[in-house]
Write a protein that binds this ligand. Structure first.
Ligand code: LLP
Length: 383
């Protein structure tokens, strides 16, 4: 699976993207979402904005979900049509709103009345009409890590359900605002379809409530959140998109002609990416042995930030297994990728892969300790 020989002369650490798997994933998304009328999938650019990866995704006709002006520019650069871009975020700056207006993006996902007023004002100034969807906080919990659940009333995201009608009615009076829909997102790395079902039920209730006030909604955006198997990337390389889209088809009551939008990030790119690192030292501690690698939390922060476990593979050794703590070189005790895992006996120079790192890996890298940012390569770069 990995062109290990060709990795030898590359400076480590780096990200490696298997484009065959990426393409297979995109084909599955198109096949499964294409079974339903009016389903539109946007790729959540925040998961991975490597230009080569973005370009491939845009070729499969997905729209883009952006959360900053930088992401809007990156998406357009990679070939996503501006008319397929939705723009979310609790704190959009004026220049970002102006950029969205100028590019005539599909929709601003608006998270507060305060923001709505500014979008209207800037739209008036630029002589444009802003299409908006309101991000409603559905108060639906997701069974995932506390740092990546977003749909509870206590979170900073979205507009409270009880304020929904007031905001929509206010927007309908604004000359340069066109209300197109509702937006939701309950969290990330969700594997229990019951969580998405709970969201569907809540949306059904809200739609009924709006209809009783004669408010009609053109489109519904249910956000992203579909998780991947970090334990078994080889057994489940492509997430279960069939079950995912089916859950919405079964439980969400769409009205005639209504569009349903999705914003998938992790499920699109996680499994195609690995962080490739080189083993520097096997250090014998008092009670354990450490495999010290040249990648650290600056290159992949998920284990330190969310206690995430990425499967670790020694690509260079087939020897009997030993137990290691795999750690990076950063001056922080949280710079640990895994504790007490079994790996084929490790040696200085071995190439190690941290799997399922295509989402929220390269893009979250930092220059802490003045370390250079890791580069990203796709399989074609090694041909
Ligand atoms: N839509 C909205 C409004 C979002 O906030 C997010 C992710 C997505 C879509 C895409 O969600 P996905 O399909 O990727 O689950 N850095 C964390 C994940 C943060 C997710 C933030 N929002 C991690 O590494 O697990």
């Amino acid at each position: 699976m990995f062109p290990i020989d060709k990795f030898q002369d590359k400076r480590t650490p780096f990200y490696y993207y298997d484009t065959q798997l990426l393409r297979q994933t995109l084909q599955t998304i198109n096949k499964e979402s294409g079974k339903y009328d009016n389903y539109h999938v946007h790729y959540a650019v925040k998961a991975n904005a490597n230009p080569k990866v973005l370009r491939i995704i845009s070729q499969y006709g997905l729209g883009a979900d952006c959360v900053s002006g930088g992401e809007i520019n990156a998406a357009i650069e990679a070939g996503f049509p501006a008319s397929s871009i939705v723009f979310a975020g609790v704190g959009k700056s004026d220049w970002e709103i102006k950029l969205g207006l100028e590019k005539e993006i599909a929709c601003f996902n608006v998270e507060s009345t305060e923001e709505l007023e500014i979008i209207n004002q800037l739209a008036i100034e630029s002589g444009k009409t802003a299409r908006v969807a309101f991000r409603i906080n559905p108060n639906v919990g997701a069974h995932t890590h506390a740092n990546i659940t977003t749909g509870l009333a206590e979170n900073k995201f979205g507009i409270a359900m009880q304020d929904m009608e007031t905001v929509i009615e206010r927007a309908q009076q604004m000359p340069n605002i066109k209300v197109v829909g509702l937006h939701f997102h309950i969290g990330s790395q969700i594997l229990d379809m019951g969580d998405f079902k709970a969201l569907c039920n809540r949306i059904n209730e809200l739609q009924q409530q709006l209809e009783s006030h004669h408010i009609k909604i053109e489109s519904i955006n249910v956000g992203g959140g579909l998780g991947v198997s970090y334990d078994n990337p080889d057994r489940e390389p492509v997430p279960d998109f069939k079950a995912y889209f089916q859950t919405y088809a079964t439980h969400l009551r769409l009205r005639e002609g209504q569009q349903l939008h999705f914003e998938l990030g992790r499920a699109v790119v996680a499994q195609c990416g690995s962080l490739i690192t080189r083993l520097l030292y096997v250090k014998q501690g008092t009670y354990k042995q450490f495999a010290i690698v040249d990648a650290g939390m600056t290159d992949l922060i998920r284990p330190a930030l969310y206690q995430a476990l990425h499967k670790i593979q020694n690509l260079s050794s087939n020897e009997p297994k030993e137990t290691y703590d795999v750690v990076g070189p950063i001056c922080e005790s949280s710079d640990v990728f895994a504790k007490a895992i079994d790996l084929p006996r490790c040696h200085r120079g071995d190439l190690i892969a941290l799997r399922s790192a295509g989402a929220y890996g390269e893009i979250m890298a930092s220059g802490y300790n003045c370390r250079p940012l890791p580069k990203g390569f796709i399989s074609e770069d090694f041909k």
